[in-house]
Design a protein around this ligand. Structure first.
Ligand code: SF4
Length: 107
């Protein structure tokens, strides 16, 4: 490898390292876990909806208007956040204004 070729190779390596670094940084910055898809089989089986005002009252008569993920014991998101983790959906986030049949009122 000539001196010039070696220099180009080193620069290419540095560029590749920077590219990998920026992808990692972007991932870390976005950081948030993905949202639960209401069509996901587990979510669908629990009647999860992202907007509690759209709960099917015929199917889930137990749902009350003041019930949403933000007021559920299984929700561990911060107050005021639009979404956060739920104990049922590991590695994902639910909408703070969502609801599912496993709702348990926060004490
Ligand atoms: Fe929302 Fe609670 Fe159901 Fe989780 S268990 S999706 S926090 S209502």
């Amino acid at each position: 490898m000539s001196h010039r070729n070696r220099r180009v190779f080193v620069l290419q390596l540095a560029g590749a390292a920077l590219a990998v670094g920026s992808v990692r940084t972007a991932t870390a910055q976005s950081g948030a876990a993905p949202m639960v898809d209401p069509k996901d089989p587990l979510a669908a089986s629990l009647g999860y909806v992202e907007d509690a005002s759209k709960v099917d009252a015929g199917k889930f008569p137990q749902h009350k208007p003041d019930q949403s993920c933000a007021h559920c014991q299984l929700y561990t998101g911060k107050a005021g956040d639009k979404s956060g983790p739920c104990g049922i959906f590991a590695g994902k986030q639910v909408s703070a204004s969502g609801w599912c049949v496993s709702f348990v009122k926060k004490a």
